[in-house]
Structure formats: structure tokens, C-alpha cells
Design a protein around this ligand. Structure first.
Ligand code: UD1
Length: 430
């Protein structure tokens, strides 16, 4: 079983390029099958989640041609099956986007209930509420969602919780429904906007993405497009916190600084210098970080997907910090793993009170989910001695060549699959 092995203690220094946004890519790849024309998607991250989704759309009959590592041609004209069954599709959260895409295009979809990271109960009731409002009959049978509409029509939909997935999914189906749809209290995340821009480039008529009301006028067909995915704000933020926790100096390139404002502002608050350029941000941490309080919120608030990373940085900061996770209920468990490395935190419900320590020490820990895993990598990079991280498959769901990118910044990290390889790494780096 692959593990990351890290010898911590080196400040990260240098420049790193950020890949395309995984969460935008997942919506875009699903939406790409909504036209019978060929679609070119560029700046695609080469990570497990996007590769699983590509394999799933290929299995239902779409033609998928990877022309480079980061570009793919998709043609959905030969889709023969609206029933998505792929051995891995249940493991990824974004499989639910195939419901919206297939329902919009074929008015029918059969998709297994989604999996994804175990960070809370993660219902999809709002997605289904939206499809039902648009005239679809939606049922759960044998672990799969069956959705069908004789007449898919526009509707006025109010989301009582702000949900990225529901916003994108309903928006996709509404693109090819008859008439007008409005989605109120929708998510404003950059990837919602990116999926809307992609759909519009295929001929959809979506207005208001990025605000809390999206209006969609349904069209009969969508057409070919060439589209480049936005940079991944969470990958970027992860490197920014890695720079902060190791007291480094990192230029994070190929980003949209505006998307990183919540992260940048917290970094400045805890004592880092953050310099913004047109498509890069530089994070310099010249001294010990100081504690602060943070609460996760929908965009433009502080992202839940960046909560474990700031939690690790605060564990090394001077003073006491309070971290409140308001989106998912199960997202503070990484603090138990961090405790093995000397982190001190008291968790009560969705709040963690973190007492900063001078240093963490390397230990064997487990990646419990994608972002928790990435945060433990940051902890390992900052810690004294050797850290090994199990279950790195979770991290590989969303970070492209994470170890390579970190090595290019001076980190000592490798993937090992045996005790012998681990010993070799320890000797080499000792
Ligand atoms: C997406 C992201 C995930 C990120 C999250 C919040 C993808 C593939 N995943 O997940 O990385 O952490 O946004 O930014 O893009 N909810 C309901 N009913 C629903 C849907 C959601 O109650 O039908 C609740 C959830 O339990 C959660 C909140 O709404 O408390 C937000 O979830 P949502 O934005 O939907 O997250 P995902 O789209 O699953």
C-alpha cells in the first residue's frame, strides 16, 4: 500500500504551478456529454476523481480521447446507456452530476448514489428537489437514483441550504429544459461560475452565476466548444498554507488571486506576507505564525475545503485559535491524527479549540479524506523527523503530482510502497 514518507523541517522555497480545478472539472466533464458535438476541455487536472468520471462517461458510450495529459476531447453523440455503472463511480461524489447532465439531454438518468469523502452525511435532497420541481419523477431504487421526465420544464427553485452540487446539477438540467428556471440562494463558488461559463460556451443561456440567483433559459441543443478550466483554488491554498507552516517563501503560479481572497486574508492575519500578482500569489512566512479564529462558510467565505490546512498551521501558531466548521459535521477528525504528532486540540461539536505548539514531531498518521490528508502532509513537512501517511489514495483524488510539486520546493517527500523503500528514504535523507 502506497504511503507518503516525509522528512520534515525544510522551509518550502520556490515556485509552483497550480493545476486545473478538480471540482470545476467534474461539473464540466459531466456537462460535456450534453452535446452531440465534440468538446475540447483543456487545463484538466490529472487526478483520480476526474479520471474515474472520464472512465464512467466512456462506459456509457461517450468517446473520450485524451490528447495530452491535460486536454481531452469528449463526444457524447453515441451515448447508448443512461444507466451509469462503473466499479469506481460510487466512490466519487461528483457522480451526481451525471443525473443533471443525462436528465437534461435524454430526460432520463440512472446513477448510483454518490460516495466521496466521509466528511458528513452529505445528502442530495436539494438536487432531487430541483429535478422534481422541473417535472422529473425521481426515485431511489436499489442504491441508485432513477430520474425521468416526460416534460422537463423550467421552474423557480429555492435552495434552503447553499449547495455547490445542487446549484450545478440543477443548472445543467435546466439548460435543456423547456422555458425559464431560476435558482435562488445558490452557491457562488468559482467552480459554479466556471461550469456556467462552459455551458454558455456550448450555447446554453445562463445568467447570474457568481451571484445568489441564477436564471436559465432552456435551449433545445448545445454545441461544440473549446474550454480551459480555471485554476484550482484549493490546491493553491494548500501550497500557500504549506509555505506558511514551514516558514517558507513560495510563489504560487497560475492562479486567480481573487478566488484566494479568503485564504490570503487569513494568512496575513496569522502573520504571513501575501503578495498578489496578475496570476500568482507569493506567500512569505518569516516568523512564527500567530493564532486566530476561523469559521467555514460558503464562498466568498472561508472554504471548508481549506479548513484542515489552516487547522494544521494554527496548531503551530502562537496562542489559542478557534476553528468552527459550519458546512460538514465530520471534518475535524484530522485533529486526532495530528495529536499523534504533538498537536493539541479540544473538539466540541463543530468547533475545535487549538492550542499552538512550538513544534510537531513526525509520526505515522492516516489520511482520512482528501483535504485532511493534504493537511497532514503539511504537518509532516513542518514537523521534526519522519512522518508516514497511510491511505494516500484519498489525497491522490484531488492533488496532481503532489509529491513532485513539493519536492520542487525543497521538500523531502516520496511515495513508498514497502518498509525497505521507507528505510532507504530515511537513510538517504538522514
Ligand atoms: C462540493 C465540493 C466539496 C466542498 C463542498 C462545499 C465538489 C465535487 N465537491 O461538495 O469539495 O467541500 O462543495 O464547498 O464540488 N446539502 C444538503 N442537501 C443537498 C446538498 C447539500 O443538505 O442536497 C448540505 C451538505 O450536507 C452541506 C452543505 O449543504 O452541509 C453544502 O454542501 P454542498 O455545497 O452541496 O457540497 P458538495 O457539492 O457535496
Amino acid at each position: 500500500m502506497d504511503q507518503y514518507i516525509i522528512r520534515g523541517g525544510n522551509p518550502l522555497v520556490g515556485e509552483v504551478d497550480i493545476s486545473g480545478a478538480k471540482n470545476a472539472a467534474l461539473g464540466i466533464l459531466a456537462a460535456a456529454i450534453m452535446t452531440d458535438d465534440t468538446v475540447l476541455v483543456e487545463n484538466l487536472p490529472d487526478v483520480r476523481d476526474t479520471n474515474v468520471l472520464l472512465a464512467a462517461i466512456e462506459e456509457i458510450g461517450a468517446k473520450v480521447e485524451r490528447i495530452t495529459r491535460h486536454a481531452v476531447l469528449i463526444n457524447g453523440s453515441k451515448i447508448s446507456d443512461i444507466c451509469v455503472e462503473n466499479e469506481y463511480i460510487r466512490q466519487i461524489r461528483a457522480s451526481y452530476y451525471l443525473i443533471g447532465a443525462l436528465l437534461g439531454k435524454y430526460k432520463r438518468a440512472e446513477v448510483p448514489l454518490p460516495g466521496g469523502c466521509n466528511i458528513g452525511s452529505r445528502p442530495i435532497d436539494l438536487h432531487l428537489k430541483g429535478f422534481r420541481a422541473m417535472g422529473a419523477k425521481v426515485e431511489l431504487r436499489h442504491g441508485s437514483i432513477f430520474a425521468e421526465a416526460e416534460h422537463l420544464h423550467g421552474a423557480h427553485i429555492f435552495l434552503d441550504t447553499v449547495s455547490v452540487g445542487a446549484t450545478i446539477n440543477i443548472m445543467m438540467a435546466a439548460c435543456m429544459a423547456e422555458g425559464n428556471t431560476s435558482i435562488e440562494n445558490c452557491a457562488r463558488e468559482p467552480h459554479v461560475v466556471d461550469v456556467a461559463n462552459f455551458l454558455n460556451s456550448m450555447g446554453a443561456n445562463i445568467k447570474g452565476a457568481g451571484t445568489d440567483v441564477i436564471r436559465i433559459r432552456g435551449v433545445e441543443r448545445l454545441h461544440a466548444t473549446e474550454y480551459s478550466i480555471i485554476p484550482d483554488q484549493i490546491e493553491a491554498g494548500t501550497f500557500m498554507f504549506a509555505a506558511a507552516a514551514t516558514r517558507g517563501d513560495v510563489m504560487v503560479r497560475n492562479v486567480i488571486p481573487k478566488h484566494l481572497e479568503a485564504t490570503s486574508s487569513k494568512l496575513m492575519e496569522i502573520g504571513c506576507e501575501v503578495e498578489e500578482f496578475d496570476s500568482a500569489v507569493r506567500v512569505v512566512a518569516a516568523r512564527r505564525l500567530s493564532g486566530t479564529n476561523v469559521k467555514t462558510l460558503p464562498y466568498p467565505g472561508y472554504p471548508t475545503d481549506m479548513q484542515p490546512q489552516i487547522g494544521v498551521a494554527l496548531s503551530l501558531a502562537q496562542g489559542t485559535s478557534i476553528v468552527t466548521e459550519s458546512i460538514f459535521e465530520n471534518r475535524l477528525k484530522y485533529l486526532d491524527e495530528l495529536a499523534r504528532m504533538g498537536g493539541i486540540a479540544k473538539v466540541e461539536g463543530n468547533t475545535a479549540i487549538i492550542t499552538g505548539v512550538e513544534k510537531l514531531t513526525g509520526a505515522r498518521v492516516q489520511a482520512l479524506d482528501l483535504r485532511a490528508g493534504a493537511a497532514l502532509v503539511i504537518a509532516g513537512l513542518a514537523a521534526e523527523g519522519i512522518t508516514t501517511i497511510d491511505d494516500i489514495k484519498f489525497i491522490q483524488r484531488g492533488y496532481e503530482t503532489f509529491d513532485e510539486k513539493l519536492r520542487s520546493l525543497g521538500a523531502e517527500i516520496e511515495i513508498v510502497s514497502s518498509e525497505k523503500q521507507a528505510q532507504k528514504f530515511i537513510l538517504k535523507t538522514g
